[in-house]
Design a protein around this ligand. Sequence first.
Ligand code: ZN
Length: 344
Amino acid sequence: MDSVDSDAQRLLGLIVRAAQLDARECAERHDLLRQASALLWWLEPGSPPRTIANLLSCLSLPLEQWLDSRLRQGYEGALQFADEPTMLCSAIALETNPRLGWERVQQIVKKVRDLCRTRPHGDDEYRLFRMFLIEHGVVDADSSLDFLIPLQVSFNSLYEPIPQHLIRSGYIYLCPGCGWPMEIHHRAVSCGAQWCEQTVGIFQWMGDELVSVRTSKLIHPVTAKNKYRLVPALWAFTLIPGLLEMRLRDGIARLGITAELWPDVDQADLSFTANDRTYSLDAKVWNSPRNLGLHLVDTPSTGAIYIIPDYQRQHVDSLSEQCSPKQIKSESQCLRWVKELCQR
Ligand SMILES: [Zn+2]
């Protein structure tokens, strides 16, 4: 990691932690912002030092309005709305702090994977587990989750209560892209995932109805009673990339090839065989391509080709350079490449 990356990560870490604190934890928040102000002044000595009050107001402004692009690592949007941390704030925390994000997901998933590798029908059980997470951004506490028992995974490690600020008059509004509760208090409503904003668009209130800006379709409310949401780390690193995994599987199937999800209990996200050769794909949906690159540089090579969403296609070359010799393709590039393989 070069010094700009490490300074950017330190700075983002400080302001994200400040934005995540409860407004009552004033002293701690001020201390974090004081450190952020000192770091910013050191990084940009030509600019006057920012006051705590200024940084506090910046938390509610889009990062691109007040933070140099070198220090934003590709993130766009505000860290707070109405004194609550936004999903962008959580996404930055998850992507820049492996202990909260990637490693936490790995702990949960690896335990299930290791167990499934020892069980006679472990391959099917593991696939059922991963599909369940992708299809259940929200679950009812009364629903039957018996299949989790033999996998020795507790409900509380997967699901958590829905935060109060996502509930309106006893109801939640689920994202049509991923099924997670949306951030309904924002002017432009979404679940907070860049993937969903790009694929299903954003929503807005028209009176008491939440309407798709793109299609004018209504989002129907769902009672919040007894509902739990997938924990943010699993949502970000399992459910959201799972949606790209499904699209890749379906896209490859349309070319006449069967792609298998999580083959041999998760040796890859996806694998398929063409011309007697088996290829592995790994879908990555991160908000910051720069931080994805830093993560991939530290990841042992498995020979899989990493696939990122089409809306990040402009980062394929820089990511390939950053992570060489690992191969990176966008979703469309990947499907074109598979099509060429079929025609050989
Ligand atoms: Zn979503």
